[in-house]
Design a protein around this ligand. Structure first.
Ligand SMILES: Cc1cc2nc3c(=O)[nH]c(=O)nc-3n(C[C@H](O)[C@H](O)[C@H](O)COP(=O)(O)O)c2cc1C
Length: 184
């Protein structure tokens, strides 16, 4: 037997994307976004309502996307509840520090180790943000012995919209594009 739950925004799991932007005066802001993902091989999509972040995007044409982690789960939630439009010291309250990207006019969050650096391509016909990935940077602390990104060291969290919770991404259970071949 299965139980029906009508219609809900329950695509699970959802990412915890922390969007970094500068305002027209160069002040950094970050916000939490769950509704987003890969759009083309080198592009991302974000489904955004009007925020200080969208105002900033229109002003600068650039943003960064970092991935929320266990150590900063509370700060990631906070930046999804407070707006820089209302809280001028939002970044200080979150405990986030930033460094300007060398590739785009947008801030990298020092505390979050993996970041996509993106140019705004457009707000599409549905009002969604389409961004071009121009660089991906990672803090050395999440690299393995060969200098590759070790996602196990990222301690990434996901958003669970069903229980309104953040959960940690867990162990590797199979090799992608590989282990399925055993059934071919
Ligand atoms: C878990 C979570 C997910 C969110 N996802 C989105 C989203 O996908 N799109 C959106 O427009 N707002 C989303 N928000 C709300 C914004 O992060 C929030 O309105 C934030 O305060 C905007 O900050 P700003 O005005 O400083 O840009 C989310 C908030 C949380 C807590």
């Amino acid at each position: 037997m299965r139980k029906n739950f009508d219609v809900n925004s329950w695509l699970y799991p959802q990412p915890v994307l922390i969007i970094g932007t500068y305002d027209a005066d160069g002040k950094a802001d970050v916000m939490n976004a769950a509704w987003g993902g890969q759009y083309e091989a080198d592009q991302v999509m974000l489904c955004l309502s009007e925020h200080q972040t969208t105002k900033n995007l229109r002003a600068t044409g650039a943003f960064t996307l970092s991935f929320g982690d266990v150590a900063h789960a509370v700060a990631c939630d906070y930046v999804g509840m407070a707006s820089a439009a209302d809280v001028p010291d939002k970044m200080e309250k979150a405990g986030f520090h930033t460094t300007k990207s060398a590739f785009v006019n947008a801030p990298i969050i020092d505390e979050l180790p993996l970041t996509l650096e993106c140019k705004l391509l457009k707000f599409n016909e549905d009002g969604n943000v389409i961004g071009q990935i121009v660089n991906i940077s990672a803090d050395e602390r999440i690299l393995d012995g060969e200098g590759k990104i070790d996602t196990a060291k990222l301690d990434a969290i996901i958003f669970d919209p069903i229980q309104a919770a953040y959960r940690v991404v867990g162990d590797k259970v199979a090799a992608a594009f590989h282990d399925g071949a055993a059934l071919m």
